[in-house]
Write a protein that binds this ligand. Structure first.
Ligand code: C2O
Ligand code: CU
Ligand code: CU
Length: 543
């Protein structure tokens, strides 16, 4: 057994070694990195094999599964156990939000609303277990937020009524059932919540983008299935600690998907709806990553497009991008891929944590290790008119939060007894970690120790701005061209930020809102197994 103290001594040693990402070498750990990793034997729907990509990408329509629902009045949303065909028509048990509007039925609708309008819905829990909906990224009063304390039992219902205060952007909603979020979200309880405003309309008009055609919401998830094509979720101790990984990659619930494109611009609203997998996204032709423009992040459009060739996307994060398919010739294929990276799970499968667990905790049951390279979506380029549209120079106004002289709050991530903690604590419903003053601006200095793993940290109730990344690993500094160690995906308004081992990320939060009294929200890791495992704290905003 290696004591915790000893771990930190080792981490000091690793830091002395200097090279980012080298800490694991001290433990002789296997790096599940596609470069030099043992080859994975092919399996049905294996996303590494390009020739598998033969299923038409599921594109949401105006009703039915994931249909776009322009909310026009109070909704009744039933959370219910149903089934959904995912693998070549094989029905899998699946949890769904069912609703109707104007005589049309929807399952897991993509809710669409104008900024500034009122949202009313009643959640009816028709499941056999507790649940609640959280509106990820939306600025709502605490009682409307889907705090785990709002979880309702089977047969109960919960009324939501709030104004959509957020700017236009790609938000989402999902279950936040106390200690059941990971399994319920994995089994289906999640979809998009699109907020419209003038900036969004101006962009889509200027670039002739149409939702469902050239403006494509794309949720990326990794799942496991059993031999009968049913969703499989059964984390062992190792997986409860590190997060559950799938080995079949779904784009809009389509495994091995393709979307035929013509030589013009496409907008992809990417959402990482996975429990724990981080993606290093790139549009690749042959082995060449093509350029794309990041135009938005969690909280809507950036001030201007930023051209990159890759971007990390962690669970809970959104990335709005423009990709010019005219970079390839008709007849060629472009793949949206996840490139290989060092997952920096320094206490992972064969590392010291594995040793501490004496093997009893098992290892990941996924055939696709985190950090492996694989394909997500094939984009075959068809004949078509070459439309070369210049990108707008300005997308929106981003007001920067003034940070001069602002107090800094330390947020320390850590690990103890195979649980990840925030400020040394594991979640307790009745414990408020700290209080902030309504209207105050704070900088949170989130520190992740070198020995550990990456954590996507998410706040409820507010958006934030990433001020600075410090001590980032080499694979992050390589793309940090945006000042103060930041990546393109750190720009604009965020609600989730990935913090790598050894890294410190400083974020600025303006706690202004117009909700009366005290409001309690959570701040947590969006690795859903970590969230359920208690890597979450309450904070209270006081008038
Ligand atoms: Cu999408 Cu509390 O999370
Ligand atoms: Cu959230
Ligand atoms: Cu975490």
């Amino acid at each position: 057994m290696i004591s915790r103290r000893r771990l930190f001594q080792l981490s000091g040693l690793a830091a002395l070694a200097g090279a980012g990402g080298a800490a694991w070498m001290y433990f002789g750990g296997y790096r599940p990195n596609s470069a030099g990793a043992k080859p994975i034997s092919p399996y049905p729907f294996d996303p590494i094999r390009a020739e598998n990509f033969q299923q038409k990408l599921f594109i949401p329509g105006g009703s039915g599964p994931f249909g776009v629902l322009d909310v026009a009045g109070p909704l009744q949303i039933r959370a219910t156990a149903a089934s959904f065909p995912i693998l070549k028509g094989q029905a899998s048990p699946f949890l769904l939000y069912q609703t109707e509007q104007a005589g049309k039925a929807y399952q897991n609708p993509i809710l669409r609303m104008e900024s500034g309008t009122r949202f009313q819905a009643t959640l009816q829990n028709a499941l056999s277990e507790p649940t609640i909906i959280h509106w990820h990224g939306l600025h709502t009063p605490a009682a409307m937020d889907g705090h785990p304390a709002s979880t309702i039992g089977p047969g109960a219902s919960y009324d939501y009524d709030f104004t959509v205060r957020n700017r236009g952007g790609t938000y989402w909603y999902h279950t936040h059932a106390h200690e059941l979020t990971a399994e319920q979200a994995y089994n289906g309880l999640a979809s998009f919540f699109l907020v419209e405003d003038d900036d969004q309309r101006r962009l889509n008009k200027a670039l002739d983008l149409r939702l469902g055609e050239t403006d494509v919401p794309l949720v990326i998830q990794d799942k496991q299935f059993d031999g009968a094509g049913r969703l499989h979720y059964k984390p062992n101790m190792h997986e409860s600690m590190m997060g559950w990984l799938g080995d079949i990659i779904l784009a809009n619930l389509t495994p091995n998907a393709f979307l035929t494109v013509t030589p013009r611009l496409y907008r992809f609203r990417l959402l990482n709806g996975s429990n724990a997998r981080i993606y290093r996204l790139a549009f690749v032709k042959g082995s060449t990553p093509l350029s794309f423009a990041v135009i938005g992040t969690d909280g809507g459009l950036l001030d201007q497009p930023q051209t990159v060739t890759e971007a990390y996307l962690a669970p809970g994060e959104r990335l709005d991008v423009l990709f010019d398919a005219g970079q390839a010739q008709p007849g060629e294929d472009v793949f949206l891929k996840s490139l290989a990276f060092d997952p920096m799970e320094n206490e992972g499968s064969a590392g010291n944590m594995g040793a501490m667990m004496g093997g009893m905790g098992g290892s990941s049951s996924s055939r696709l290790p985190i950090g492996a390279e694989f394909n997500i979506l094939k984009l075959p380029v068809a004949q078509g008119e070459r439309l070369a549209t210049p990108l707008p120079a300005k997308l929106s106004d981003i007001r920067s939060i003034p940070t001069e002289g602002v107090p800094e709050r330390k947020i320390e991530l850590s690990m103890d007894h195979m649980r990840f903690l925030i400020n040394g604590r594991t979640f307790r419903m009745d414990e408020i970690s700290f209080e902030v003053k309504r209207g105050a601006v704070e900088i949170w200095r989130i520190n992740n120790p070198a020995i550990g793993m990456p954590h996507p940290m998410h706040i409820h109730g507010f958006s934030f701005q990433v001020v600075e990344r410090l001590n980032s690993p080499a694979q992050i500094t390589a793309g940090a061209r945006f000042g103060r160690g930041r990546l393109a995906s750190d720009l604009g308004w965020k609600d989730t930020v990935l913090v790598w081992p050894g890294e410190t990320v400083r974020i600025a939060i303006d706690f202004a809102h117009d909700f009366p009294g005290s409001q309690t929200y959570v701040f947590h890791c969006h690795n859903l197994e970590h969230e359920d495992g208690g890597m979450m704290i309450n904070f209270r905003v006081n008038a």
